[in-house]
Design a protein around this ligand. Structure first.
Ligand code: SF4
Ligand code: SF4
Length: 334
């Protein structure tokens, strides 16, 4: 049964942008919110996502546009000036495009552990509302996913949304696909709606942020001949931290039998082996997390439990990472 709700400003659409990477459930979250708005809140709604070249691990934006029932939504343009932005991975805040177009009166929700305040927040308008929730931890506790937590926080942030209608849509979406996950998602949703923190004085900017319209770096007239990469060695400095979904493989050397099975399945060859000339056996030393995209194939393959899945908490990468190219690492000063 639908319950009529009113948008804050009935003369324009209310627009929400979800900033994520593939694999964290932002597309499904957008579908659930828009479905609830249309079928259970008597609103008009539209939802679509844009993906990178590869879904899991690449940047994903999901757009939700809501309007009154008597106002058709005829545009499918990306949302450039959102009323609310939800960030599914805090490392995305390093990129100005993540918060581009943020309205001065808008709301930004990001996931991060307590006490973490990414520097990218300072780009926000000083008048915007900024909310932090540890979606990764709550999802891990409840054996759910961060999207259920973040939907809960968004619903709490936007009181015009009917929380029970959204929770019903969330439960219905999972009742079809994974009925065993319904109760866990409901708990994650309710915790997301309660366990958030509103950060004061996070933003330093004035007024609405400018919109961002990327243009190609090279066109047909300016591309290097033969499509060569003019910046050799760029992969050595690749930072894939934003391509991970918040989980890392962690090696316990005491359990490792150095069988090499993890290395055979790793798509990015980021496992580091010892190269001591006086040792007959090469030994697994650890993981270079600059290249690791957190696919966890190594974890699934390891027969001894020596490499396990751990939540990516601040400082873990710096503490446990083993560089594949230590000379290069030192030369560039880390
Ligand atoms: S598969 Fe497991 S035991 Fe074998 S080398 Fe990798 S971590 Fe060690
Ligand atoms: S999670 Fe494991 S298999 Fe996947 S990229 Fe990282 S080290 Fe390689």
């Amino acid at each position: 049964m639908s319950r009529k709700v009113s948008l804050p400003d009935p003369d324009r659409f209310f627009e929400i942008r979800l900033e994520s990477i593939g694999g964290l459930g932002a597309h499904v979250a957008g579908q659930i919110i828009a479905t609830a708005a249309v079928l259970r809140m008597d609103l008009n709604g539209a939802h679509f996502s844009s993906y990178g070249s590869e879904k899991k691990g690449s940047v994903l934006r999901s757009y939700i546009r809501l309007g009154p029932a008597d106002r058709p939504i005829r545009t499918s343009a990306p949302i450039e000036s959102p009323d609310a932005i939800v960030i599914f991975h805090s490392a995305l805040l390093d990129h100005p495009a993540t918060v581009a177009g943020m309205r001065a009166t808008g709301t930004l929700i990001f996931t991060a552990p307590e006490g973490e305040s990414p520097t990218g927040l300072s780009r926000l308008p000083a008048t915007a509302r900024v909310m932090r929730v540890d979606a990764q931890r709550i999802a891990s506790d409840e054996k759910s996913r961060p999207n259920a937590v973040l939907i809960g926080t968004l619903t709490a942030a936007l009181p015009f949304l009917d929380a029970e209608a959204i929770l019903d849509a969330l439960s219905e979406a999972f009742a079809r696909r994974r009925p065993e996950a319904v109760a866990a998602n409901e708990r994650a949703f309710r915790r997301g709606a309660q366990e958030f923190e509103v950060l004061s004085h996070a933003g330093k900017g004035n007024g609405d942020l400018p919109i961002f319209r990327p243009s190609p770096v090279w066109g047909y007239e300016t591309a290097p001949i033969g499509g060569v990469l003019p910046t050799p060695g760029n992969t050595a400095w690749n930072d894939l931290s934003t391509s991970r979904t918040g989980w890392l493989p962690v090696l316990d050397k005491d359990k490792c039998i150095h069988c090499g099975m993890c290395d055979m399945v790793c798509p990015d060859l980021c496992l580091v082996w010892s190269t001591h000339a006086d040792e007959p056996l090469v030994r697994l030393e650890g993981v270079d997390y600059r290249y690791c995209k957190g696919c966890l194939r190594c974890v699934e393959t390891c027969s001894t439990g020596a490499i396990t899945r751990e939540a990516e908490i601040p400082g873990l990468v710096e503490r446990l990472g083993v560089p594949l190219f230590p000379d290069l690492f030192e030369q560039k000063g880390g």
